[in-house]
Design a protein around this ligand. Structure first.
Ligand code: RB5
Length: 144
């Protein structure tokens, strides 16, 4: 699995831990920044990951910011992206099983790495269940 990963300044330290978790669990990844703790704007980084997923350049994305809210809102503006803001392992599994989520988002400020490790384990262990869930996903379209 090839994963695009990015954060904003609030997620910069957590991103390092996430990259080393991915490395240790046999995933390849692209670190899409930022590369320092300087203040940045989360939509710029969410867009990079979301576009890589949308274009099929990577299999999935992982995004984190202070709350995870900003990156998830921004990523979901990109066609074909289903970004899920996840706050625990059960949500991570359900986001994959029911929503076929392709971008995992979480808070870097309100989780420690122990919690994130459990979320990552659960995300990567779960598979999309298809069936009625595919029908529902097919109904998610831009409108208005
Ligand atoms: C940055 O302070 C903060 O607003 C950002 O990381 C994020 O939480 C936005 O949703």
């Amino acid at each position: 699995m090839n994963i695009a990963v990015a954060s904003d300044h609030a997620g910069y330290e957590m991103k390092k831990n996430v990259l080393s978790w991915l490395d240790g669990h046999g995933h390849t990844f692209e670190d899409m920044g930022p590369y320092s703790e300087d203040s940045v704007d989360y939509p710029d980084y969410a867009r990079k990951v979301a576009e890589a997923v949308s274009k099929g350049q990577v299999d999935q994305g992982i995004l984190m910011c202070g709350t995870g809210i900003g990156v998830s809102i921004a990523a979901n503006k990109v066609n074909g992206v289903r970004a899920a803001l996840v706050c625990g392992p059960e949500f991570a599994a359900l986001a994959r099983q029911h929503n076929n989520a392709n971008v995992l988002c979480f808070s870097a400020r309100y989780n420690d790495m122990d919690a994130i490790g459990k979320i990552l384990e659960s995300w990567f262990s779960a598979e999309f269940e298809g069936g009625r869930h595919q029908r529902r996903i097919d109904k998610i379209e831009p409108c208005c």
